[in-house]
Each structure stands twice: as C-alpha cells, then as structure tokens.
Design a protein around this ligand. Structure first.
Ligand SMILES: C[S@@+](CC[C@H](N)C(=O)[O-])C[C@H]1O[C@@H](n2cnc3c(N)ncnc32)[C@H](O)[C@@H]1O
Length: 286
C-alpha cells in the first residue's frame, strides 16, 4: 500500500514512475518530503525543470505531500510519454496490456521512437516507454535486454511487468488534474515558477561527468554556468539542486549551502556515488 506515515518509514520509497531512469531521484523521496514539510509547502507546487523519470515528483504527489507537480523535460520523447500518461492513461494502458514483447516489435517501436511525428505523443510516448522498459539499463538508444538474438540470461520482457505498469498509470491518472507537463528549457521553467509563492523547485540537470549517453545531454559548460546564474539570481525563492560532486559545482554555487550525499546507481555498476545538493538561501533544510 502506498501511503505516508509510519509504514513508509520501514519501506522503500513509493515507486510510481513507469520509467526506469538511470540516476533517477525517486530515492530522494524521504529527503524531499522532509523539505516540503519544513518549508510549509504541503499545499504548494513542486516543480522539476529536468524531470526525466519524475520519480520523486510522482511519489510526493500520489502520497499527498504536495498539491500540484510540474514535470518538464526538453527531450520530446520523454515529454510525449508524460503527456500521453496524463491525458490518455487508458489508451496507453491498453497498449501496455496488448503489445508483444518480441524483438520484431522492439524494432517497430524503435522505428516509431526515431521517426514518429514529435506531436503524435501517444505513439511516441508509448514507444519511449516500451524502449525504456525493454532496453538494457533503460537507455533509450541502447539494445534490447537479452540481445537481438535473445540469448542472454534475461530476456526482452524481464522489466516489462504489464500489471505493475498499468497499476502505476492508474495511480497517476487519479491525480492527473494536478500534474502539469511541459517541454521547454529548464531555465524557462525556473524563471517562470520562481516568481510564484508556495512553490518548490528541484533541479536535477544533466551531470558534468556521468551523463554520457544515458539521456539527452546537450549540456555544456555554457549551460552549467547559465543555469548557475539563473538559480543564484533567485536565491530568495525556494529551490534545491543536485549534481555529481565535481569541484566546478562548488565554484558555481560558492555562495550557497551545499551537502554531499550518496545515491545508488545501477546503470553505472557501482553501488554508491558521490553527489552534491545545493540549496537556495531561503530554503529551510530538513
Ligand atoms: C539527470 S536527468 C533527470 C533525472 C530525474 N531527476 C529522475 O529522477 O529521473 C536530466 C533530464 O534533463 C533533461 N534535459 C536535458 N537538457 C535539458 C534542458 N535544457 N531543459 C530541460 N530538460 C533537459 C534530460 O532529457 C533528462 O531527462
């Protein structure tokens, strides 16, 4: 049962996102929940300008920790998935129930992923979900679990549990009216929402070193420093940021409070990684 309160403390975080996301931040649920409460934001809006799998956002919404969430991602395929999930959950659930889990179907979905019109969000969104759940480590431009010849120990269907996925979509659909989905640059979202009261922004941009080919990564030094300028300019609003713990982060955010933490990373085949969290001045850290 997904719930807040005592039982949660003994369980893992609520897993609501249908996406497997390398470096996903669902594990930060407990920390974010504490921050939401300490900053009196339980009736507020929680914003992820670089949402990816949006694991933390969905966990906070579905367990009633925040009133509204904003999920933004610049990647048109990730956006299409979220738009389809929020506006056509039944259609996408039916596709999850019916789709064949075979290599020919994988090739078909890959073709849709690469070639479907970007505004055909049901087809593109479903193809994104399909590849995310059937590819090794969830990497969208990788190969299928078990290989094209399906001789691996795990097969293409190893991570595609239809019932679990449909159940997650059902939960999200119950809260869909309180989810806004956007497809723009993260800084545009930060500028827009930092003007609003009762709002918490959690930025998890592509990392300096680990990002690689895991997801859309158009971030260069210019982007990292532009983002720092954007966030540092609104330090009187409530935001937090996570990055890989490289020296450049301490330079870019030298005036802000910072905390090093560890998170599990399955996609990198290491169990712990050093990450850093940066806080705006007006945020109460919990
Ligand atoms: C580190 S991942 C976020 C992981 C996410 N917090 C999770 O828990 O799943 C960064 C995301 O930012 C997206 N992205 C890359 N450049 C962006 C930009 N300029 N604006 C918005 N999103 C961007 C990528 O598509 C990717 O999904």
């Amino acid at each position: 049962m997904i719930n807040s309160g005592a039982t949660m403390r003994h369980h893992k975080k609520p897993i609501i996102s249908p996406l497997r996301y390398p470096g996903g931040k669902a594990a930060l649920y407990t920390k974010l929940r504490a921050i939401v409460r300490a900053n009196d934001l339980t009736s507020g809006t929680y914003v992820e300008p670089y949402a990816g799998g949006a694991g933390a956002a969905l966990g906070l919404l579905v367990t009633g920790q925040v009133r509204r969430i904003v999920i933004n991602d610049l990647d048109p395929a990730i956006y299409a998935l979220w738009k389809a999930v929020v506006s056509e959950p039944l259609a996408i659930s039916r596709m999850i129930e019916k789709v064949e889990l075979t290599v020919p179907e994988w090739s078909h979905q890959k073709d849709i992923y690469l070639n479907a019109p970007r505004d055909d969000y049901l087809s593109l969104g479903f193809a994104t979900l399909f590849l995310n759940r059937t590819n090794r480590s969830g990497v969208l431009n990788g190969g299928p679990i078990g290989g094209m010849d399906q001789t691996g120990n795990y097969k293409i269907d190893a991570r595609f549990n239809r019932k679990t996925l449909v159940e997650r979509l059902r939960l999200i659909a119950l809260h869909a009216k309180r989810i806004s989905v956007a497809n723009t640059d993260g800084m545009t979202i930060i500028k827009r929402y930092s003007k609003r009261d009762n709002t918490l922004i959690y930025a998890d941009p592509p990392y300096f070193e680990k990002a690689g080919s895991l997801y859309l990564n158009s971030f260069t030094e210019t982007h990292h420093s532009a983002l720092a300028a954007c966030l540092n300019a609104v330090s009187d609003t409530k935001w937090l940021l996570t990055y890989d713990n490289v020296p450049r982060v301490a330079e870019l955010y030298s005036d802000r409070r910072r905390e090093i933490f560890a998170l599990n990373y399955s996609a990198h085949r290491v169990t712990k990684a050093n990450e850093i969290m940066v806080f705006s001045d007006s945020l109460t850290i919990a």
